[in-house]
Design a protein around this ligand. Structure first.
Ligand code: SF4
Ligand code: SF4
Length: 415
């Protein structure tokens, strides 16, 4: 595609990156077939090719409108279009740039701005989020039904974490919302890695990965959170932490992008590159250790009732981290039977704050995903990202858990 970017952005790092991405797009339209919002709305401007065209126009100097912003807001940033694109167009990077430019030029209404600001303040703050969730649970009977569904039930007990005794150490990203919604996830990861002789340590000063604010277009605040995490983790890196283990694939995508986001910050570029190299989704940590872990099963070859499960692969795992099929293979190797899930490449509609900001589209995607996941009659749904977990749990009677908890079950004596 030919481009002629406007002077305001042409020679900036963002402009050069956007230009290179735009020039790769041949406008073939293959991506539209796998775009969830195009499938629901059947509007070219609600598909990747149309959004790419809108962003191109804005970067070439055309004035964006509220309608431009709406089409970009409706994008889930699921990146299914990237997986389909035959020429390797990095749509996710382009839409980040396009959204930031549009945000600067199109004012949102005061209510919408306040709502987005409140989400950006509450979710990344673990203490505030946990307090609000507790209040929400108490007030649930008084809330409208749409809001009731958004308040997850009290979580299952996390269980004890092992003492940090092994010389092999990895950092753990504790996350912001996850400890309140699903504290069992990181505790299960710590127990599984303990069996591999790896201790998980936390850096108390580390917080939200920055993903929430970044995708609400508060990109400067997101960069500050990224720098703060690097500062919190850096002493542990110096002391030999082998990796940063991450159990929320959405956060994993963000931390792996620190190198990109801070590439032009002279004080942080080198450190960010190292942190991104160290960031690993938990499946990347355990995948090669399947034979060793099998030895800890109780009893070693038993298949317990309840092991026929459906796996929901988050977009951040399959399209963002490109780890498609990895968890599925690991679960199968460990003894679980996976039920078939049609259209597994499609988003469940969670997508960070999307389920709150675009509720109608999100609900349709959620209903489609639940139908697909339940179609094989599983006894539980497993996933790899706390946002998807909570979103799916609000629409099904089946238990929805992180897959590492199911592995921890296999390795624990029957209760
Ligand atoms: S993003 Fe890729 S698949 Fe979509 S229109 Fe452009 S080249 Fe084709
Ligand atoms: S990121 Fe997802 S929703 Fe957005 S254009 Fe691509 S496929 Fe469609």
């Amino acid at each position: 595609m030919q481009t002629n970017l406007a002077p305001f952005i042409k020679d900036t790092p963002e402009g050069k990156e956007a230009d290179a991405i735009l020039r790769k797009c041949t406008h073939c339209g293959m991506c539209t077939a796998t775009c969830p919002t195009y499938q629901l709305l059947n509007d070219e401007l609600d598909g990747p090719r149309g959004r790419i065209y809108l962003i191109k126009q804005v970067l070439e100097g055309n004035t964006p409108s509220r309608k431009t912003q709406l089409h970009l807001d409706r994008c889930l940033t699921c990146r299914a279009c990237e997986t389909t694109c035959p020429t390797g167009v990095r749509y996710g990077r382009l839409v980040d740039i396009g959204r930031r430019v549009v945000e600067e030029r199109v004012a949102r209404g005061p209510l919408e701005s306040a709502w987005r600001g409140a989400l950006g303040a509450a979710i990344p703050n673990a203490t505030l989020f946990s307090g609000l969730l507790k209040l929400g649970r108490i007030a649930r009977p008084l809330l409208p039904s749409a809001l009731q569904r958004k308040v997850p039930p009290a979580p299952a007990p996390a269980g004890a974490r092992p003492d940090v005794t092994h010389p092999r150490r990895m950092l753990m990203l504790e996350g912001c919302a996850q400890p309140a919604i699903s504290p069992a996830t990181n505790a299960a990861a710590a127990r599984v890695l303990d069996r591999l002789g790896i201790a998980l340590v936390s850096a108390p000063a580390a917080g939200c990965c920055g993903g929430v604010k970044f995708h609400l277009n508060d990109q400067d605040a997101a960069l500050s959170q990224m720098r703060a995490n690097i500062d919190a983790w850096w002493p542990h890196v110096g002391q030999g932490a082998e990796a940063i283990a991450i159990t929320a694939s959405g956060c994993g995508v963000t931390v792996k992008d620190y190198a990109h986001h801070l590439a032009h910050d002279p004080a942080y570029a080198a450190k960010a590159k190292r942190i991104s190299e160290l960031a690993k989704d938990i499946v990347e940590v355990v995948f090669a250790e399947v034979d060793q872990l099998k030895r800890f099963r109780h009893p070693p070859s038993a298949i317990r009732p309840g092991q026929r499960v459906a796996f929901h692969s988050p977009c951040s795992l399959q399209h963002g981290l490109k780890l498609q099929g990895r968890v599925e293979k690991f679960l199968t190797d460990m003894g679980y039977e996976l039920t078939p899930v049609p259209d597994a490449h499609l988003c469940c509609g969670s997508a960070g704050t999307y389920s709150i900001l675009q509720p109608a589209l999100s609900r349709q995607l959620q209903a489609n995903k639940i139908a697909a996941l339940e179609s094989g009659k599983p006894s539980a749904i497993l996933t790899a990202n706390v946002g998807c977990q909570s979103h799916l749990q609000s629409a099904t009677g089946l238990p929805v858990r992180h897959w590492i908890e199911a592995i921890d079950d296999l390795l624990s004596p029957p209760r």
